[in-house]
Ligand binder design. Structure first.
Ligand code: A3P
Length: 326
């Protein structure tokens, strides 16, 4: 096994050494792997997922570009799927940060040596990922064998702002912070972890158009406008639609309330000192970093008129003819 591991690591190094590299927002290099900018850890994850992850048709994935609503959706999906298992006074969401509710496959796949086995998880297994649709193994994405995916997307202008704040916090303190102007420039050129943003979104959007029963496409802005309506859609898609009795009993509103920004961000466990989420041996993120403002349109405080026009023009151009409007 040690030899296999050694050979795997060498192969990974060889692959990474041949790839175009650029500056990542944490100050570390990211590499263009098959069209998407990712860290060497994520390339490792992609290879391990492809070789070792055994998808099951009952698996449900939460997929998103960074900072588009993973934390919120994690809580909502977990609460919806497990609503008969817990009461609201004794709920794991109240005790643990949303990120410990189910695994983030991209890096969790190698948290246990040499590879994590998820076979013990009860069906439906829930996983999260930021990996682009085209980089996932066909066994996970082809309509015949596919798992289900819930994709959440967000106005790229708000995603940039949220990501810039988050990555500054995540960077090693000995590295200089990336300025907002620099991050903006990189983003527009597609260079940002898991990006380009638009290609990421389009991959899942097209899959949702082709197989709506396999891929549910949600928008952060719609969820802010009418969270109950989106949770009903989410529940039905996951095969856990609410019964008339649950509707009468206010179950939907209870879930929405428990998972709201106000509730989650005020929990002791998410306020700081409570705990963190281990992504890799080196990257542990405190729960409080996943909660900032939770608003639509904060970009107005960061982007100039010119920046807004530039990014809107890119979005318009990239999404034209797709039927998707952001
Ligand atoms: P802002 O930085 O704009 O506030 P992710 O979970 O994908 O990392 O995205 C984080 C973004 O979602 C942050 O956005 C965060 O504040 C917001 N967020 C976290 N929990 C939320 C919730 N329950 N409802 C709405 N937004 C939430």
């Amino acid at each position: 096994q040690e030899e296999e591991q050694e050979a795997f690591n060498q192969n990974l190094e060889t692959i990474v050494a041949t790839l175009p590299k650029n500056k990542g927002w944490r100050g570390l290099h990211i590499y263009n792997y098959k069209g998407f900018w990712v860290s060497p850890e994520v390339i490792k994850g992609i290879l391990l997922i492809s070789d070792h992850f055994r998808p099951q048709p009952t698996d449900i994935f939460l997929a998103a570009f960074m900072k588009c609503g993973t934390t919120w959706l994690k809580a909502l999906m977990f609460a919806t799927v497990n609503r008969h298992r817990y009461t609201s006074s004794d709920h794991p969401i109240l005790r643990s940060g949303p990120h410990s509710l189910f695994p983030f496959l991209d890096t969790h796949i190698f948290l246990d040596y040499p590879v994590t086995n998820f076979d013990h998880l009860p069906a439906p297994r829930l996983f999260a990922t930021h990996i682009a649709h085209s980089l996932l193994p066909v066994a996970m994405t082809s309509p015949e064998t596919a798992c289900r995916f819930v994709y959440v997307c967000r106005d790229p202008k708000d995603a940039i702002v949220s990501k810039w704040h988050f990555m500054r916090k995540l960077r090693s303190k000995e590295l200089p912070p990336v300025s907002f102007d620099e991050a903006f420039e990189l983003f527009c050129n597609g260079v940002s972890e898991y990006g380009p943003f638009w290609e990421h979104v389009l991959g899942y959007w097209k899959a949702s158009q082709e197989s709506p029963e396999k891929v549910l496409f949600l928008k952060y802005e719609d969820m802010k406008r009418d969270p109950a309506a989106e949770v009903r859609k989410l529940a039905a898609f996951m095969g856990r639609g609410f019964t008339a009795e649950e509707e009468r009993g206010g179950v939907v509103d209870e879930i929405v309330k428990m998972c709201s920004f106000e509730s989650l961000s005020n929990l002791e466990v998410n306020k700081g000192g409570g705990g963190g989420q281990k992504f890799t041996a080196k990257v542990v993120v405190e729960n409080r970093e996943f909660f900032r403002k939770g608003k639509v349109g904060d970009w107005e405080n960061y982007l100039t008129e010119e920046m807004k026009d530039r990014i809107d023009a890119i979005t318009g151009e990239k999404l034209k003819d797709s039927g998707l409007v952001l």
